[in-house]
Design a protein around this ligand. Structure first.
Ligand code: HEM
Length: 460
């Protein structure tokens, strides 16, 4: 039976201006955090109309859960994700689920993220952790966390996924090109984020002005990916890495390899997906740990008790995992996703017609006091202890997305982040100069650059 569809008019910000709509409630620099603030006064579902554009936001945990139900809702390509299509149109991340290329690539690349593969990446990840510790040990104790975590996450995906030292921690033949690649990719992610949220008239104008620099950046990342592929083809290896899967693995369902012109896009997807989000997570978690000496000591005790950093030791570091999860809950690097109703829906008593798109504000839903309790805004890793988790059966915690399009790199990112944090804690005492954690929005939700103070531990 069709549910009764009660109301049509969604709550919206006050002082709506004729023709311009809710224009006075925009924040170009922190749009999603602004929407979370609006949700606090407008409730779990609201709308915003600006210059003819119409957006529906779902901020409540229970309604957000409803939108993730694959039977009634589907992933929608919109906003920044759609912008990525300009430089990787047929990649795993942006291709439509109905396009056979998506299923083919997902089936071919899934084994690269199974447990067996994770074990084989461990050594590459460890080598990056060693380089990071060596760099910090030789430095003056003041760390530019943004640069360090960007290079660490980029180097991990280079060494683990492509068996290639990108030279981001020491002088190597690739160093300058790798840094140029990381910079260009960062610029493009920011551009995609801005353009994906642009307003009519102003947006297209800005896009025109930025076009030459976009083209330059696209050229840089394309030629970098092409070179990695050409070198592997010229010197084939038996490595079981992502690149070899992309080049040689056969899809069990279609019996086909990835089309050769598609490999470049997949290389770019994994470089982009692999570094920015993980670097954002590492930066926020380091900030929390450096600001809380008691937590830092408990984490360090756990690390030292594991007696080393081999694969098994790292997978057992539960406190670090809880701390990472709590950061992902409070500051998900991907702070929301677009969903489209497959059929007419009743969302909290409002009629959402089939085909309508909504933006699920994971950043708000993951802080829902109705499902996480009155202290939902407080950083508390212990809420991820199994017993306490059971007391929040309706919790909303989806930093990796859900359904068939959820993050393929989840275990990779968690293992990498756990290992890096463990190595840092075993080698250094951390503190900050008291700068609060402020998040900026440029493709991902990521801390504003801040400095970390590190002191080498004597009995490490
Ligand atoms: C903290 C780190 C990470 C976070 C929070 C994260 C988050 C996400 C989210 C939310 C999605 C779904 C987006 C949507 O539905 O539109 C996604 C998809 C994806 N992620 Fe991640 N990710 C992380 C790390 C990684 C890593 C390390 C890789 C690769 C090495 C990766 C590769 C991908 C790919 C390829 C997709 C697209 C999957 C598909 O559409 O089939 N991610 N990620």
């Amino acid at each position: 039976m069709t549910p009764p569809l009660i109301r049509r008019d969604l709550p919206h910000p006050h002082r709506r201006v004729p023709l311009l709509g809710d224009i006075t409630h925009l924040d170009r620099y922190r749009p999603i955090q602004n929407e979370v603030a609006l949700a606090a006064s407008l409730g779990p579902i609201f709308e915003r109309r600006v210059l003819g554009l119409h957006f529906i936001y779902v901020a409540g945990a229970r309604l957000a859960t409803q939108c993730l139900d694959e039977q009634h809702w589907a992933r929608s390509l919109y906003g920044p994700v759609l912008e990525f299509q300009r430089f990787m149109p047929d990649s795993l991340f942006v291709v439509d689920s109905d396009n056979p290329l998506w299923g083919q690539a997902r089936r071919i690349l899934t084994p690269a993220f199974a447990q067996k593969a994770m074990r084989s990446y461990h050594r590459a990840m460890q080598s990056v952790a060693d380089d990071l510790v060596a760099e910090w040990s030789a430095g003056d104790g003041v760390i530019d966390t943004h640069s360090a975590m960007t290079r660490a996450a980029g180097e991990v995906i280079g060494r683990a996924g492509f068996t290639r030292d990108l030279g981001l921690f020491h002088d190597a033949p690739d160093s300058a090109d790798s840094q140029a690649f990381i910079d260009s990719l960062g610029d493009l992610l920011r551009m995609a984020s801005d353009a994906g949220l642009a307003l009519p008239i102003i947006g297209p104008l800005r896009r025109r002005i930025l076009e030459p620099s976009v083209r330059r950046n696209v050229e840089v990342i394309h030629s970098f990916a092409d070179r990695i592929i050409a070198e592997r083809k010229a010197h084939p290896t038996d490595d079981e890495d992502l690149l070899n899967l992309m080049l040689t693995a056969i899809d069990p369902e279609t019996g086909r390899r990835l089309p050769s012109d598609n490999v470049r896009e997949q290389v770019l997807t994994f470089m982009a997906g692999g570094y920015e989000t993980t670097a954002a997570l590492l930066e926020s978690v380091l900030h929390y740990i450096a600001a809380d000496q008691e937590l830092q000591e408990r984490l360090r005790t756990e690390v030292l008790a594991r007696g080393g950093f081999d694969y098994h030791a790292v997978t057992g570091m539960r406190l670090i995992r809880h701390t990472l999860n709590e950061c992902l809950r409070l500051w998900p690097p991907a702070p929301g996703y677009f969903r489209r109703a497959r059929t007419d829906q009743d969302l909290g008593g409002y009629r959402i017609p089939a085909g309508q798109m909504v933006f699920v504000l994971a950043l708000a839903a993951q802080r829902g006091k109705d499902v996480w309790g009155p202290d939902a805004d407080i950083f508390d890793p212990s809420r991820f202890e199994p017993d306490r988790l059971r007391s929040h059966p309706d919790r909303f915690f989806e930093p990796w997305g859900t359904g068939p399009r959820s993050c393929i790199g989840r275990q990779f990112a968690l293992h990498e982040a756990t290992l890096l944090i463990a190595r840092i804690l075993s080698a250094f005492e951390l503190s900050t100069d008291g700068t609060p954690l402020i998040m900026r929005e440029r493709g991902t939700l990521r801390p504003e650059p801040y400095q970390l103070k590190v002191i080498l531990r004597s009995n490490r």
